[in-house]
Design a protein around this ligand. Structure first.
Ligand SMILES: O=c1[nH]cc([C@@H]2O[C@H](COP(=O)(O)OP(=O)(O)OP(=O)(O)O)[C@@H](O)[C@H]2O)c(=O)[nH]1
Length: 658
């Protein structure tokens, strides 16, 4: 059996999965692999026509995903991973490559093309191995392979197709289906590795690891896949060029379902001590095969600063993608404010009840100028929140997109309306003082609202009924959107009583009782919150949720087997988190547990890092890494910690009192 020795070889290594796919994470985690998740920022937009075979496209995309993360970690975070894994799954049918559908119509196009036919699913995998060498450089090697699985779909009727599409499942899946879930009902047979279809060919991966770690390593140096730096600073390699020129010795042509190992010769990324300390520029050096040297001669090598910036040589202008990315970043706040404004002016609610209105009618309804309304509507269309349809009169009429219908109506089950209003009224003014927040390291309620915050929540949120209600609606909407993912992240069958500390309106608590029929939940929150909680009691739900008023820093905590802390710890500095965890620990018997739901800083995902800035400007806390939470928990006698990246806004982990 090769699997266990292989996985155990990675036990003390920093393994990084360059993928946001929850399925890939599950497959590798279930195999016992310990890894950090750093989703790749590589955009899956390679020109498919440059690849002779579809799997070459998947392998190349996987490589670029893994290399982007390896490079970002090396040059930006100055942390050397031992191994970075990237993957890309595609479906091919009738000479088409199908990736993830962009919308329901695209999903329909994909699924109807698969109906009644056999198709191939390819997952390309890239493994980047990094080693620090004695000269403070990082040597790295690249190994890639792919796996093919054949899948046959039954004939799908129109109603079946739409029922499946409306389930929402197709949207983040290659080919528009998830074989592991509802999509399994569409499948007549599978020939090959099932997990390959789900997103990761585990068996083939283990065989490759076996070759890398348990067999001779000499082959790593002998094979001829070279990694170089392309003009725009992304690594490229001979596969890209072989894809372009169809070279017969392309690695992708030799890798199909084989155990042969192909890797790059050693390449180097140099980081000098002074670069690290002084924040100066670090040069990316490549030392490699003659093939690679030839590439270097003809290509201007870019320089990277340790902030990941690219200095382009004078003869090459800025790249289109770089300009686009810069534009997106600079425009981000305008997009947010357009969303907040349309939401506040109830544009989405209006168009839900009266789809197809023209700008003039909308302006009248929302009591705004025609010019302003037109600009706002056009912005919403460009942001994918509204659709416009040209009429014979040439006056466009507007309707909500699916995204708006799901998240922006004030009464949708997953409405973010409350949270968006909070962002508009509270977070926006606070962020306009971000510079002071960064300089002072404190929240900005004083500057933004003239409110000193000695007792944070009392002084900034609960001092006024309207502000309090708005805050509660915000917490309610986030808890409804994230609740099910958190509530179902772990097997909680051994627990009976739960206390949701700072559980606000009870929205999270209701998700827990719904997901776990044996649980009853006590929501523990300040009297000012509990007073208004009945405004949010859901109808038609079994009520195993009760409320107790108190201050979790001062009053006795309700007795429970499991304590939930959802978006609580990020409000507080370490000293206060320590006080709260000590109080919970004192209330816990061995076997009791704490379930924490926060967005974790690992991988420096923009949502988490920006949320951390938000905590700085708005509260007293910050977001933290998994490691930081584990350390805090173990200080208070908790261990056996398990993490789940839910794929929703919040990650979750559970720690047991030892
Ligand atoms: O039957 C199933 N088929 C495919 C999937 C999932 O589909 C996606 C494929 O997309 P991709 O390879 O581009 O990976 P991403 O999700 O974008 O994550 P990265 O960050 O790695 O780019 C993949 O998630 C499969 O798991 C499925 O679930 N079932």
């Amino acid at each position: 059996m090769v699997l266990n020795p292989v996985i155990s070889k990675l036990a003390n290594k920093l393994v990084v999965l360059a993928s946001a796919s929850p399925r890939r994470q599950d497959i590798l985690r279930n195999a016992g692999l310990k890894f950090e998740v750093v989703p790749s920022w590589f955009k899956e937009t390679l020109d498919k026509s440059l690849f002779k075979e579809p799997h070459e496209y998947a392998v190349e995309t996987a490589k670029q995903k893994a290399l982007e993360v390896a490079r970002r970690m090396l040059l930006k975070h100055l942390k050397t991973p031992d191994i970075v894994i990237g993957a890309d799954t595609i479906v091919t049918v009738d000479s088409m490559i199908l990736e993830k559908p962009v919308d329901k119509n695209d999903a329909y196009r994909m699924l109807s093309s698969l109906s009644g036919k056999e198709h191939s699913v390819y997952t390309g995998v890239a493994i980047v191995l990094c080693h620090d060498n004695e000269n403070d450089e990082v040597d790295y090697q690249l190994i890639d392979f792919y796996e093919e699985t054949k899948v046959k779909f039954a004939d799908l009727s129109e109603s079946m197709l739409w029922e499946y599409i409306n389930s929402g499942e197709p949207m983040d899946k290659a080919g528009g289906y998830g074989i592991q879930a509802l999509g399994g009902m569409l499948v007549e047979y599978v020939h090959g590795d099932f997990l390959n279809v789900v997103g990761f060919p585990l068996n083939h991966f283990c065989k490759q690891l076996d070759l890398i770690y348990n067999r001779s390593t000499s082959s790593l140096d002998e094979k001829s896949l070279s990694v170089s730096l392309s003009e725009n600073g992304t690594e490229s390699n001979s596969l890209s060029s072989s894809a372009k020129h169809n070279l017969p010795n392309s690695s992708s042509q030799t890798h199909h379902n084989q155990n042969t190992l192909s890797a790059s010769p050693l390449n180097k990324v140099k980081r000098t001590g002074s670069d690290r300390e002084a924040g100066g520029s670090s040069q990316v050096l490549v030392n490699s095969s003659s093939e690679h040297k030839a590439t270097c001669k003809t290509t201007a090598l870019p320089q990277m600063t340790n902030r990941g910036q690219l200095t382009v040589h004078a003869d090459s202008g800025p790249k289109k993608e770089d300009l686009q990315r810069m534009m997106e970043l600079m425009d981000g706040f305008k997009a947010s404010k357009a969303l907040f404004t349309a939401s506040k002016m109830c544009v989405f609610d209006l168009l839900q009840s009266r789809p197809g209105l023209e700008a003039e009618q909308i302006a009248q309804e929302i009591k705004a100028s025609l010019k302003g309304t037109q600009c706002l509507l056009e912005a919403c269309v460009s942001l994918g929140l509204l659709r416009s349809k040209e009429q014979t009169s040439h006056k466009p009429m507007y309707e909500n997109t699916d995204l708006a219908t799901r998240f922006l109506l004030s009464d949708a089950p997953f409405s973010l309306h409350g949270y968006i209003q909070h962002c508009n009224s509270t977070v926006w003014p606070l962020f306009s003082h971000l510079e002071s927040a960064v300089q002072e390291g404190t929240n900005q309620h004083d500057k933004a609202f003239g409110k000193k915050s000695k007792d944070m929540f009392q002084d900034t949120v609960y001092y006024d009924r309207e502000v309090k209600l708005r805050f509660m609606k915000a917490m309610h909407s986030i808890a409804k959107v994230t609740g099910k993912a958190v509530a179902t992240a772990f097997d909680l069958s051994s627990f009976k009583t739960v206390c949701d500390i700072g559980g606000c309106t009870g929205a999270m608590a209701y998700e827990f009782t719904e997901a776990h029929p044996g649980l009853s939940v006590t929501v523990f929150d300040l009297p000012a919150v509990v007073d208004m909680s009945e405004h949010f009691t859901p109808q038609h739900r079994e009520h195993r949720v009760s409320f107790v008023a108190g201050d979790f820093f001062k009053d006795d905590l309700p007795k429970a087997d499991l304590y939930i802390l959802a978006r609580i710890l990020h409000d507080w500095p370490d000293e206060k988190v320590d006080i709260l965890l000590k109080r919970i620990s004192d209330a816990c018997r061995p076997g009791c547990a704490v379930l924490i739901a926060e967005t974790m800083l690992d991988g420096l995902r923009p949502h988490s890092t920006l949320q951390s800035l938000n905590m700085l400007a708005q509260a007293e806390g910050k977001e933290r890494t998994q490691r930081q939470y584990v350390d805090m928990m173990s200080t208070h006698g908790f261990g056996d910690t398990r993490f789940v990246q839910t794929g929703n806004f919040l990650d979750a982990f559970i720690s047991i009192k030892l």
